[in-house]
Design a binder for this molecule. Structure first.
Ligand code: NAP
Length: 355
């Protein structure tokens, strides 16, 4: 059966999703496309990803898109809206998202109840995932614990220098690199608070799935100043302003840290001497019986030459594919929430693509 998909957002991740939905080997067809930008309104979906027109026009009209029959919406906007997701779910469409709701059972109770009610009305299922939060802080650690007798502590470290990331609206405006150090905190602005909350949810997801019985998840951030000026695309990051952010989200039981996600983020590639020094990318360490460590990095290719932009975009491909590949399982799941801990293993729909 062909699955009818609605794309919701055509940013860096949404475009990768769209491009893949248009590949018939996925067993999917594009039913509709929601955009936010007025200059994309009415533009053919194929044109938006640089292929021939496919006969589906992008629209900014939410009512119109909600009326389109479809199996699943792939929801990838920059700014999220719980009520909007509820409207999609209540209209009978499943939702997969890279943006939030990675473990809705641990979301604010009012949101959780609203979402569950919408799932009941629409007979629909909600799944949030991606790269991190997502596979690396969900599927991968859970898969590795398939080899564990017991787990004592699970830590995921993400080390990344964002200087190559050309979306400076995200690094400077949202994440506040280049801002005074005292503007970096868990509650400093809506974006930092939102971003922190989704990692808190992810710690709960692992803890709940592995019977950690934690009683709290704490969030902390340390901001570190640049030692000299840096030119980052169209921005000047001045010496003395924020060039490093070390975030720690820690799930504890009786004060003992059991599950931790740590991000070691820099812009300008000055690496604070006192920070831990895992390799660039993601390092997953499971202390237990046995103790295990895995390092992950995504690139456009390990064999052919690729531009930095292509390498950076590989993370967008990974993020989008993680939810798109989950669509058949989400459509088959019982109505309600389906986290990565609930779904069967998600694998590439196209894979080698030869069959
Ligand atoms: N879980 C993970 O591992 C992971 C990794 C990367 C990103 N993400 C999340 O995935 C989502 C997409 O990321 P991205 O890199 O594709 O972002 P992006 O490139 O910044 O995409 C921007 C998207 O936001 C839409 N937009 C514009 N104005 C908006 C508004 N007022 N309200 C809501 N949306 C608006 C854009 O609309 P148009 O379609 O009209 O351009 C576009 O679809 C984000 O929520 C991001 O945080 C998650």
């Amino acid at each position: 059966m062909t699955l009818r998909i609605i794309g919701w957002g055509t940013g860096a991740v949404g475009r990768e999703v769209l491009r893949t939905v248009l590949d018939p080997r996925t067993g999917m067809e594009l039913a509709g496309l929601r955009v936010y930008s007025s200059d994309k309104d009415g533009v053919d979906a194929g044109t938006l990803v640089g292929v021939a027109p496919v006969g589906v026009a992008a629209t900014t009209d939410v009512e119109a898109i909600l009326a389109i029959p479809a199996d699943c919406v792939v929801y990838t906007p920059r700014l999220t809206d719980v009520d909007e997701v509820c409207a999609i779910l209540a209209s009978g469409k499943n939702v997969v998202t890279t943006a939030f709701l990675f473990h809705p059972e641990r979301a604010a109770p009012a949101d959780r109840e609203k979402l569950l009610a919408a799932c009941r009305v629409g007979g629909s299922t909600l799944h949030g995932c991606g790269l991190n939060p997502g596979n690396l802080s969900g599927a991968l650690p859970l898969a590795l614990t398939g080899m564990s007798r017991t787990v004592d502590k699970l830590t995921l470290q993400e080390r990344a220098d964002w200087s190559v990331y050309d979306s400076t609206a995200i690094t400077f405006d949202n994440m506040r690199f280049g801002a005074p150090l005292d503007e970096i905190s868990v509650t400093a602005n809506d974006f930092l608070a939102f971003n922190s909350a989704i990692f808190v949810e992810q710690v709960w997801l692992l803890a709940d799935a592995l019977h950690a019985g934690i009683d709290e998840v704490t969030a902390d951030v340390e901001a570190v100043a640049a030692e000299r000026d840096h030119e980052i695309f169209d921005h000047l990051l001045r010496a003395g302003t924020t060039a490093g952010q070390r975030w720690n989200w820690v799930g504890r039981r009786d004060g003992a840290p059991l599950v931790e996600i740590e991000t070691l983020w820099t812009v300008g590639n000055e690496y604070p001497a006192h920070w831990p020094k895992p390799r660039h990318g993601w390092t997953l360490t499971i202390e237990g019986d046995p103790s295990m460590q895995a390092h992950f990095v995504s690139l456009a290719s390990f064999t052919r030459d690729a531009t930095m932009a292509e390498h950076v975009d590989s993370a967008n491909v990974a993020t989008g594919m993680q939810v798109l590949n989950a669509v058949p399982a989400v459509c088959a799941a019982a109505p309600g929430f389906a986290t990565i801990a609930d779904l069967p293993p998600v694998r590439s729909l196209i894979g080698f693509g030869n069959a």
